[in-house]
Design a protein around this ligand. Sequence first.
Ligand code: IMP
Ligand code: MG
Length: 184
Amino acid sequence: MKIILTTEQLAEGIDRLAAVVSRESDGKPLTVIGVLTGSIVVVADLIRRLDGPVNLNMVWASSYRGTATAAGRLELRLDLLPDLNGQDVLIVDDIFDTGRTLEALVAALRGRGAARVRSLVLLRKQGRAETALVPDFVGFDIPDVFVVGYGLDYDGQWRHLPYLAALDPAEIASHSGAQVSSHA
Ligand code: IMP
Ligand code: MG
């Protein structure tokens, strides 16, 4: 595994994101909605650096299946959400890859009456977007490699790494053989 972002760089990125979000929220209440499971580390670090009142909720989304690294069918579960009427919502996800997850979530949350829906991602992969949606806040632009750590997994593993690492295609191949996709 090759380290893409160190623990220190990640902490600086979170500080930078929290400062911009706090400045733009101007002390008004913010409803942070984290996307399970990958965003838990980002959410935990980010909310502790935000100024002003924060209401935290989680939704669940998945577009990856087992050992495949290509996006599969998107599944959303919004059943844990309270009424969002009139709220200023910030969706927080780990990574913007094709953007399909965030696009679907923004649409779904707008449909639940939120006054404003903005999105924040820690990472954005270069050259992968398949949607016109642009996240409002982006921590780091990274190359098109499959990354793990700081919440991100491969087949359920490596979420706990305190840094972000690129998974070597050979390491993926040793786990999944023929299921490796071209962008891995
Ligand atoms: P999108 O809908 O294609 O933007 O996919 C976003 C979701 O795919 C993220 O929330 C992650 O769960 C997952 N994902 C995308 N790229 C990676 C990666 O390099 N490592 C781990 N998970 C990823
Ligand atoms: Mg995810």
